[in-house]
Write a protein that binds this ligand. Structure first.
Ligand SMILES: C[S@@+](CC[C@H](N)C(=O)[O-])C[C@H]1O[C@@H](n2cnc3c(N)ncnc32)[C@H](O)[C@@H]1O
Length: 353
């Protein structure tokens, strides 16, 4: 799998669940998979002592590096512009930020000028794949109805509109677009499906979609709003890293972040793990065999101190530690339901010896 491109420019795993489960305290040292950077920064807002953002992909770390430079050195208006939330002179903003970037991030974005044009939240392979869905003529045709959902406050009234939109034609288009074949071609890498067995991927995502549309309030669900409308209706309910009230806090906290480009497997085996107390693993087990997932769970259980917590998602591949007594599965809370329509479960384990 190539790590030379940005695969995710946002994170689709629900930041609210992660923050609730990891329950970060001032003395915590957090390890988070970087990915699109949103959840790492949502955790940073909980003011841990240090935050290590780790990704095997230099492109993902370059993206977070630029997002953080924008937070540290831009006005809020310029930040929203370079992120792609509002219009603005993105190239000028980038030129001003450039001297503050790491060499790797500078080299990456100097050779990806089109990404600066597009705005940082829109440039991932997955986000471009979502944009392709919105361009389908049938989806474009229902966009005005989807937009009305942003003004509806009652879940019953929302369900009525949703039932009108999600007819057989829409279902057919949805399932075809989000089939394994099409996602592998345009949205994710085929290698990311290596451990997916006998699942009708289109049907799986369709059921997740119906759940999100019928059981979560669209007017405040920024995940579904971006997916279906390509932007956020009201930033007061948007991703934490984009909210006005977060901006000044993040400016003060960014110096606590360290970016590391390496695999979790290498990282977890050496002394850099020392002192880490909370871990966000995204859904990295999705791409690992059952045996190597168990090795990684075991390694983490050995390295982490008592009361440390680690959280992760499962999407199409069900992974969990097996027979490791020191890893205790925290009972799922009622609000551990993702607002986005990708994941089948979220899990959090605590180390207890
Ligand atoms: C696990 S992916 C999840 C994205 C999305 N949920 C999906 O399944 O398509 C998020 C990030 O994890 C990084 N990643 C995957 N496996 C990793 C590993 N073994 N070590 C470090 N980073 C890893 C990827 O580069 C990516 O940026």
């Amino acid at each position: 799998m190539s790590f030379s491109e940005i695969r995710y420019s946002q994170v689709w795993e629900d930041e609210a669940i992660l923050r609730g489960a990891l329950n970060i305290m001032p003395n915590d040292v957090v390890l988070s998979i970087t990915s699109g950077g949103c959840n790492a920064l949502a955790l940073l807002l909980m003011k841990p002592r240090r935050l290590i953002c780790l990704d095997i992909s230099p492109a993902q770390n370059a993206l977070l590096s630029l997002k953080m430079a924008a937070i540290q050195h831009c006005s809020y208006q310029a930040y929203l512009a370079i992120m792609g939330v509002t219009a603005g002179e993105r190239h000028e903003i980038y030129s001003e930020l450039r001297p503050n970037l790491s060499l790797e991030a500078r080299q990456f974005f100097d050779s990806h000028k089109a990404d600066i044009d597009a705005g940082l939240i829109h440039i991932g392979r997955l986000e471009r794949f979502m944009a392709g869905f919105r361009q389908d003529p049938l989806v474009s045709a229902i966009t005005p109805y989807l937009r009305t959902l942003t003004g509806i406050k009652s879940l019953d009234a929302q369900r009525t509109v949703v039932s009108q939109i999600t007819d057989e034609n829409f279902k057919k288009v949805f399932k075809k677009y989000f089939s394994q074949e099409n996602i592998s071609r345009l949205g994710r890498d085929p290698a990311q499906f290596a451990f997916v067995v006998s699942t009708d991927v289109g049907e799986h995502f369709w059921q997740c979609f119906l759940r999100a549309m019928n059981e979560t309030q669209f007017s405040t669900n920024f995940y579904m709003q971006y997916f279906l409308l390509g932007g956020y209706e009201n930033l007061d309910y948007g991703p934490l890293l984009l909210r006005r009230e977060s901006f000044d806090q993040l400016k003060r906290l960014c110096h606590r972040v360290e970016l590391v480009t390496d695999s979790l497997e290498n990282f977890s085996e050496d002394k850099r793990m020392l002192g880490i107390t909370k871990v966000n693993l995204s859904n990295v087990f999705e791409y690992k065999s059952a045996a190597s997932s168990q090795d990684l769970f075991f390694e983490l259980s050995q390295r982490l101190p008592d009361n440390a917590r680690m959280a992760f998602w499962n999407m199409l591949v069900d992974r969990a530690p097996q027979g490791i007594d020191s890893l205790v599965n925290l009972p799922p809370k009622a609000n551990w339901r993702d607002r986005f329509c990708l994941y089948q479960s979220f899990k959090c384990y605590e180390v207890r010896r």
